[in-house]
Write a protein that binds this ligand. Structure first.
Ligand SMILES: [Cu+2]
Length: 159
């Protein structure tokens, strides 16, 4: 009996932050791209290549992505370039904010589940569940890289 009570209160405790996060006032759409996904729910593998061109562009392949709300994507990210790059998946506003911080502190390390930073030749992956529809972005926020082309649109269509 006691253990049932404990697990009930734990459940309630776990649920309350989600409820709080769901109450969202104001007309401006500030929803994030989603949350770290579970490997057992992956619906699609997307291979992403990061590279530079001879004429100084820095790019992602693919250049843009379309996703359906509810999909869990496994991004397999390879830095095929000759310099360090990152893949940061976020809202356009958050990426701009983050980019401004990176301009001030170029060595800033981030350890967020929505981003990876890779040395040349390195590979990594992100598993992401797209819980919200909307327009998002993947970008490299290392100073100068975004301006050299290193960004892509990621549109999540409502289901
Ligand atoms: Cu880069």
């Amino acid at each position: 009996m006691k253990s049932i009570l404990v697990s009930l209160s734990l459940t309630l405790f776990a649920v309350s932050p989600a409820v709080a996060g769901g109450t969202h006032s104001g007309g401006h759409d500030e929803k994030g791209a989603g949350k770290p996904g579970d490997i057992s729910n992956v619906t699609r593998l997307v291979e992403v290549k990061m590279y530079e061109t001879d004429d100084g562009e820095m790019l992602y392949e693919p250049r843009s992505l379309s996703v359906k709300q509810g999909e869990t994507i496994r991004f397999a990210i390879t830095n095929a370039g000759e310099t360090e790059h990152e893949f940061v998946l976020d809202t356009l506003a958050k990426n701009q904010e983050h980019k401004a911080q990176m301009a001030k502190f170029p060595e800033m390390e981030h350890d967020d589940p929505n981003s990876v930073r890779l040395e040349e030749g390195e590979k990594s992956e992100i598993i992401w569940e797209f819980t919200n529809s909307g327009k998002f972005e993947f970008a490299c926020l290392i100073p100068g890289h975004y301006e050299s082309g290193m960004r892509g649109d990621l549109e999540v269509s409502a289901h």
